[in-house]
Design a protein around this ligand. Structure first.
Ligand code: AMP
Length: 216
């Protein structure tokens, strides 16, 4: 299965991705996660990405597309992939077409997680992540059993630096301007699946699995 997961920040991409990669046995390729890892390891890429990400801005397309091309060239992507957070604009989508052509791969579907923008800010400011295993929590809808501690591995939970109300507004504005046009882009190519992501994470995953049945 060769999939793209599209949707605004806070639409539930990360949570749905964690379920889908388990169900379909494909690698989860999140450009956001790759940048955060590079920042943690203080690599050259991390230095370029840090300030941009902290302010909700995009990392330049050239850097991002190069990273994705390297990742998709790895052996584990031969069985498919789930791209999360990439592409984020039309230029990246065009570049992705070139990369896939070069690698002899074909996209099966782009899943757009549709969510009411009013819900997004509530979801993001309450989002907490495990500092070690990246498990995701929400202080209102998916609380950890013990305050501030990951249920899965017991490590402390953290809040992403860009998960504050000010930065979310920038991220949402950039999303509307640059990423939302991709919905039309993939619709025109008959690759779009729209999923209602306003309810629970479980509900969202079930809808996606149902919609992807025709590819099995
Ligand atoms: P995410 O984890 O997908 O919300 O991404 C976090 C941040 O990483 C974004 O706000 C951007 O600053 C950066 N980023 C992630 N993916 C991309 C991309 N495809 N193009 C440019 N910047 C990106």
């Amino acid at each position: 299965m060769h999939l793209i997961l599209l949707g605004a920040p806070g639409s539930g991409k990360g949570t749905a991705a964690a379920d889908l990669v388990k169900i379909y046995g494909i690698p989860h390729i999140s450009t956001g996660d790759m940048f955060r890892e590079a920042i943690k390891n203080q690599t050259e890429l991390g230095k370029i990405a840090k300030e941009l990400i902290d302010n909700g801005k995009f990392v330049p397309d050239e850097v991002t597309c190069g990273l994705v091309k390297d990742r998709l060239s790895q052996d584990d992507c031969k069985k498919g992939f789930l791209l999360d957070g990439f592409p984020r604009n039309i230029n990246q989508a065009d570049k992705l077409n070139d990369i896939l052509k070069e690698l002899g791969m074909k996209l099966d579907a782009t899943i757009d997680l549709d969510v009411d923008h009013k819900l997004i800010i509530q979801r993001i400011v309450n989002r907490r992540l495990c500092s070690k295993c990246d498990a995701s929590y929400n202080l209102v809808t998916k609380k950890p059993k013990k305050d501030g501690i990951c249920d899965v591995c017991g490590a402390p939970l953290i809040q992403r630096k860009d998960d504050n109300e000010e930065t979310i507004k920038t991220r949402l504005a950039i999303y509307s301007e640059q990423t939302e046009p991709l919905i039309e882009y993939y619709k025109k190519r008959n690759l779009l699946i729209t999923i209602d992501s306003n309810k629970s994470a479980e509900h969202t995953t079930n809808l996606i699995v149902e919609a992807l049945k025709k590819f099995n």
